[in-house]
Structures are given as structure tokens and as C-alpha cells.
Design a binder for this molecule. Sequence first.
Ligand SMILES: [Zn+2]
Length: 355
Amino acid sequence: MVSKNLWDQSRLQVDTKSTMDNRHRDTQPRDFEWEHSSCSWCEENQTEPLFKGPDRLLRLPGSFQVVRCSKCGLMRQNPRLKWDSLQHYYPDSYPSYVKRSGEKTSRISRSFNQYGMWKRLRAIERYQSSGLVLDVGCGTGNFLDQVRQSSQWDAAGVEPSLRANQISRERLPFPIFHGSLEAYHPDPGTFDVVTMWNVLEHLPHPVDDLRHIYRMMKPGGLLVISIPNLESPAAGLFKSSWLGWDLPRHLYFFPRNLLVDVLHTIGFRVIDFKCIAGSHAALGHTLDFWSQDRLEADQQLRKTMLNIYNSFPFQVLMSLPFWVLAQLRLSSNITLFARKVDESTNGDDAIETMV
Ligand SMILES: [Zn+2]
């Protein structure tokens, strides 16, 4: 379900086979079932169409429409594939279902991945240093593997993909629930920390799921949500080629302030934003998508451009601008930290940092 490895992987895989695949892009998949949805936040049906796009990551057939809610501004795919049909767009080769920390990946790739997971846990430990963590959409368990290495944490996971779930169970000592988040019912007030690393945008009912998560958290508990950053320059510059859309797997697109309003209404207080994941890989994917259309006739030029982008000197050159973007919270991916308001103290202790 999750796409976190798209943001974390160290190197972009250069694939110049898209000429053949592009012929199928506008062919709607046969026998797949579609549905219309109302807004997950305000339940409004009226929308404003924004754009249509293909599956740029896996290049599976179909064209998918993004709309904006006329009432609240939340963006979503509409119509969208029904859940069972959508699963065809999560094959075993989907990046999050490939065990990146496993033996088949290179040492450099494993190191980058582990560094990304370490940064995530370190960011959490600024606010919470121990307790029980739930990783929603834990994939093959890369983040929970990092959690396992710190004795002050215990953990659990939820992962609907059977293959990813099995890998998680094999490598981790934690309970990993196989199924959707809405089918998972721990006791109320169970978790100190809940993490959603690039998961919210994949959920068909994200606001209901946030309410569900609220109930399973302890008062004062920490909620950590990574989402594509609609406010990033990459989103504005590359428009429909931006990685953050990842159609048809991404179903909802939250403007940052709207997500803050949603969380506050449910009973959370947002205490911080950070950009902690994968700027280089994210822009690499975006450049790949952008060039699929524009450089289709010149695959050699496309390959050269992407190879230069991936080269070590260019990565070093870009590290400063990416660092500056992250400090300005303008990377392609952003992480929100929120506390469940402790009603016994009127929430006063939860407001640690003004956003
Ligand atoms: Zn709405």
C-alpha cells in the first residue's frame, strides 16, 4: 500500500522502455470496476476537474482524473477504481513490496534506506522517546526494523499486501496485522505513536481512517503523517508529471493547511512540520515522468539526462539546494507531527511548537 521507498531510494532506476508502453496509456483497463466518491472530508459531490493522467510509475493501462472539491478544496481521484480493481496497480514489483533491506539490494542502496529509516525514528524521538508504535502500511517492515534496534520501543504493524505482510512477519518480532486499517481494531487508547509514511494518500476514506486512528491512540500520543507536499516547487513546476500524484494509486491529495484543519477537528494538535525524506529520488522520478512525454522520440537524450542526474558529482552538487528546500519545508514530501489532545488537561500540554 505504501510508496515510501519511492521517496527514499538512493538511485533512480533509468528505464527507457516507455515508448512501447505509452501506446496503452489512454486505453482504459477492461473489466475493471469504477466508482464515484464524495469528498472524504466535507462529503460534497460537486467538483472542479483539474487534470487527467496515466500510471507513470508502472505504466499500466488507463487514464485517471484528479478533481478538487468545490466546497473544501481537498483534491481526489474521481471517478476511481474500486478497491479490488485498484489492486492490479499494486503488483509484487511495486517498490514498497520489494524488500530493500534484503540481500538482493546493493550495499549502497541498503545504507541509504537504513539512513532514511534512522532519520525518521530520530525525528520521532525529538517528541517521544519510548512506547508502543503502530506503523500503518508498514510494507516490508523497513521502518519497524529500525524501531526494533532501539530497546525503548515496542511496535506493531498493519499491511494489507499479503506478500509485504509475510516479509514483515519473517523479519520482525512484532505483530503485523494483515488487512485494511478499517478492519484493524485494537483496544482504544493502545498506542503512544502512530506512523503513516506516505500512506494517507492511498486510502479511499482517509478522514474516517484518521478518526479510527485517533481512537486507538493514548491521550497525548504522537501521530506522524508523511504526504506529498503540494506546496513544493516541484509540484508547481512539473504539474501532472510530479511524483506526488502517482496515479492511480494515490486517491487523495491534501493541501497542508487543510490537513491541519482536519486533524484539529478530529482532536489532534499539529506541533511541527519537517521535510525528512528523499528529495533526490523524488525529483529523479519526477524528471523521469516529465521526460516520458517530452523526450519520447529521443530515448538516448533521456537516458543521458537521467544518468547525469544520478551521477555522484551531480548528487553532491544538488545536496545544498535540496538541504535549503528541506529547511524551507518545500521538499516534495512533508511530514506532520501531531499530538492527540489530552482532554484531561484541556490540551494545554500538547501545544509544544507553534506551527
Ligand atoms: Zn470537500
